[in-house]
Design a protein around this ligand. Structure first.
Ligand code: SAH
Length: 243
C-alpha cells in the first residue's frame, strides 16, 4: 500500500507540475482569444459595425499587448484603458467606428495623429498599404514603434513630433485619423487630405465630451458629418495656441 502511494505521488506530482507550468500559458492565451471573439461579436458587430475589413483586423490583432502591463485581462472590455504617461487606448467600439468611417480601401495611404499604444495604427495597417503615424510624446512613439516592429508590421512609419503640422513629405493622404481631441481641424491636415479624402477627429473644447466628426473633402471644401459623442485625451502642442 505504502509503496503504491509513493509511486502514485511520484507520478502524479510531476504531472501536476507539468500541467501547471505548461498548460497555464496556453489556457491564458485561449482565454484572451475567447475574450477577443466575444468583443467582436458583442461590442463591434453587435453595435452595428459592418465593414468586414475592420472586423477582421480587430479579430486578429492581440490588443492585450498594447495595454499597460497588468491590464491584459481587461484589454477586450468595452472601455478605454490606460497606456503610459497618462494617455489612453480608445474603447474598441470607438476604434472600429472611426476606422469604418474612413471607408478605407487596400491601396490607401493613411495618416494617424496620436500613435499612443500603436493599436489603432495596427488596425489601419491590416487594411491599407501605407500608414504614417505621429506621436508628440517621444517615449510613447518609441514604445509603440518597438511593439509594431516586433509584431512584424512593415507598412507603418512612425515619428515623434507635433501632428498639428501633418507629414507633408508623404501626403496627400486618402484618409486622416486624429485620435486626440481638438477645438478645430488643423489647417495643415486639411491641405494634406486629397480630394475625396476622409478625415475623422473628436472636436470640442471640453475635457470629457467631444463630437466625433467626419470631414470629407469635396471640391476643396469640407463636408461635415457628426458621428456622436466621445471622450478623448486632448491634443497638445500647436493646436492649443490657436483659437
Ligand atoms: N491611437 C492611440 C490612442 C491615442 S491617445 C492608440 O491606438 O493607442 C492620444 C495620443 O495622442 C496620446 O498618446 C498623446 O500623447 C497624443 N498626442 C496629443 N497631442 C498630439 C499632437 N499634437 N501630435 C501627436 N500626438 C499627439
Amino acid at each position: 500500500m505504502r509503496i503504491a502511494r509513493i509511486i502514485s505521488v511520484c507520478l502524479i506530482f510531476p504531472l501536476y507540475l507539468y500541467l501547471f507550468f505548461f498548460s497555464s500559458p496556453a489556457s491564458a492565451s485561449d482565454d484572451l482569444a475567447s475574450k477577443r471573439r466575444k468583443m467582436i461579436a458583442s461590442d463591434i458587430q453587435g453595435r452595428g459595425i459592418r465593414d468586414m475589413r475592420v472586423i477582421d483586423a480587430m479579430a486578429k490583432i492581440p490588443r492585450h499587448l498594447f495595454v499597460e502591463k497588468g491590464y491584459a485581462s481587461r484589454a477586450y472590455g468595452d472601455n478605454p484603458l490606460p497606456i503610459a504617461e497618462g494617455q489612453t487606448i480608445s474603447q474598441p467600439y470607438v476604434v472600429a467606428l472611426m476606422t469604418e468611417a474612413l471607408r478605407l480601401k487596400p491601396g490607401d495611404r493613411v495618416l494617424e495623429i496620436g500613435t499612443g499604444s500603436g493599436y489603432q495604427a495596427a488596425v489601419l495597417a491590416e487594411i491599407v498599404s501605407e500608414v504614417y503615424t505621429i506621436e508628440i510624446r517621444q517615449r510613447l512613439a518609441e514604445k509603440a514603434g518597438k511593439l509594431l516592429k516586433e509584431l512584424g508590421y512593415k507598412n507603418i512609419r512612425g515619428k515623434s513630433g507635433d501632428g498639428y503640422f501633418g507629414w507633408e513629405e508623404f501626403g496627400p493622404f486618402d484618409a486622416i485619423i486624429v485620435t486626440a481631441s481638438a477645438n478645430h481641424i488643423p489647417p495643415p491636415l486639411i491641405r494634406q487630405l486629397r480630394e475625396g479624402g476622409r478625415l475623422v477627429i473628436p472636436l470640442g473644447s471640453t475635457l470629457f465630451f467631444q463630437t466625433l466628426t467626419l470631414a470629407t473633402k469635396k471640391k476643396g471644401e469640407l463636408d461635415i458629418e457628426q458621428l456622436g459623442g466621445v471622450a478623448f485625451v486632448p491634443m497638445t502642442g500647436e493646436v492649443q495656441k490657436r483659437r
